[in-house]
Write a protein that binds this ligand. Structure first.
Ligand SMILES: [Zn+2]
Length: 316
């Protein structure tokens, strides 16, 4: 929601969505709480993981893909993904790029705590997470560290994994505080810290013009609320048949439809009148890419779909 680079954001006024309440997420939330962050909302799929947090924070149960809508994301100063899964990180990136929400990704690889910050709201030209990933083949600065065979990421024991997760959560909190203080500049950045060696690296990430996620986007992407109903009345098909050939890139993969793009004709034929199982779609209109948002929007900053889940108590 912030639009100016280097603007100071008072911590007490910040709203932060934290996805994942596991080891990394709970350490992050503990730190953010101590820092006096105004509002922290927790999105967690496993109800028992979120139990210790319920007394202080609003918890949205379920997969964040369902509970954290584009409209919901736009209500937060930061969205942080602490889920240790590459596909979850990609999906968070996919939504935050379109919602123009500042994204922080945090995870661990062996003894490495890794935090990536992608200030989409502050910087229209910010690199995205997948710009970064597409260059993963290029050795990162951390690779320059001399690690012995015993110290390679794959060999981290249980105790080391716990400590590394704590370091990752705290590192993410520190990076958020730094960005909020306006000291981070307006660039995407990835910081890596080896929890056992204490050695770290931090580097700026530049936008990749060929990135499959953001390469064709001009941000902020205009978002158009759209009913998720797919029918083409005969009159429309007759008067503007080209509308049926309009191509869409859906947010979700649907079996039997091409992943990269499909056309309105295919959707109306397959989902005649009904909704399609996708959150949004990107399509070209007026010379640029716009987003058709299929998720229902409700008033207020809270994500719409999950409000009922937030009121749910175990045992009810
Ligand atoms: Zn990108």
């Amino acid at each position: 929601m912030a639009a100016e680079p280097n603007r100071r954001l008072p911590l007490a006024g910040l709203t932060i969505a934290v996805v994942g309440a596991g080891r990394i997420g709970s350490e992050l939330i503990r730190n953010l709480g101590l820092m006096g962050i105004g509002r922290i909302d927790v999105f967690e799929r496993e109800p028992h993981l979120a139990d210790p947090l319920r007394s202080r924070y609003t918890v949205y149960e379920g997969d964040f893909w369902d509970t954290l809508t584009l409209a919901g994301l736009q209500g937060y100063d930061f969205a942080v993904c602490t889920v240790d899964s590459p596909s979850a990180r990609q999906r968070m990136n996919q939504k935050c790029v379109v919602a123009n929400a500042n994204l922080v990704q945090v995870w661990t690889e062996g003894t490495l705590a890794i935090v990536g910050a992608y200030p989409f709201a502050a910087q229209p030209e910010s690199a995205c997470f997948e710009c970064d990933a597409s260059r993963a083949a290029i050795p990162l600065p951390i690779a320059a560290l001399t690690l012995s065979v015993e110290e390679t990421p794959a060999t981290a024991g249980p105790a080391t994994r716990i400590a590394t997760a704590s370091v990752a959560g705290a590192l993410a909190a520190a990076l958020i505080a730094r960005i909020a203080a306006g000291a981070h500049g307006s660039v995407a950045r990835r910081a890596t810290l080896d929890a056992t060696l204490g050695q770290g690296a931090s580097h700026e990430i530049r936008r990749d013009p060929h990135c499959r996620r953001c390469g064709s986007l001009q941000r902020p992407v205009p978002i158009v609320q759209t009913r998720n109903r797919w029918e083409a009345p005969a009159s429309v098909a007759q008067t503007c048949p080209e509308m049926l050939n309009q191509r869409l890139q859906l947010s979700d993969e649907i079996e039997g439809l091409p992943v990269e793009s499909c056309c309105v004709r295919e959707l109306t034929a397959r989902f005649n009148g009904g909704p399609i199982p996708a959150k949004f779609a990107l399509t070209a209109a007026g010379g640029r890419i716009v987003c058709l948002d299929f998720e229902e929007r409700e008033a207020g900053p809270a994500p719409a779909v999950s409000r009922a889940a937030a009121g749910h108590q175990p045992g009810n």
